[in-house]
Unconditional design. Structure first.
Length: 124
């Protein structure tokens, strides 16, 4: 577990690179916001989280029975914390975008398009 990165993961770097190539400028891992979003566009109040499929429990109910009690509790705790942070950000007027790791690896352009669309909608 010591080799698991909490910031600047592969999917984060891929998506940030694509957004940067499209001309977007942003902040990374803003400590003052709940959950430390991976990508932050402060002017339009958009926070992006790129969540790992395992650590954040993508389709967790389907495979949680296969885990030991320790990992089940760990991932359930992560999911509860994510929901709490998303609610806090929304309460402060932020738009929260959640992107899964496998989505970035499968089609980074679609992920970047989704972010660009939401940013453009908030600037209108």
């Amino acid at each position: 577990m010591s080799r698991i990165r909490g910031a600047d993961t592969g999917p984060e770097r891929i998506l940030r690179s694509e957004l940067h190539n499209r001309g977007f400028r942003f902040f990374k891992h803003v400590k003052t916001l709940p959950g430390r979003p991976d990508i932050v566009f402060p002017r339009v109040r958009v926070a992006v989280f790129i969540d790992g499929d395992f650590w954040h429990g993508y389709r967790f109910p389907r495979w949680k029975a296969k885990l030991s009690p320790f990992w089940r509790e760990k991932i359930e705790g992560n999911r509860i914390r994510d929901q709490r942070n998303f609610r806090r950000l929304r309460a402060k007027g932020w738009t929260v975008i959640r992107i899964w790791e496998h989505d970035v690896r499968f089609d980074v352009d679609a992920c970047a398009d989704r972010i660009c669309h939401i940013i453009n909608m908030t600037t209108l």
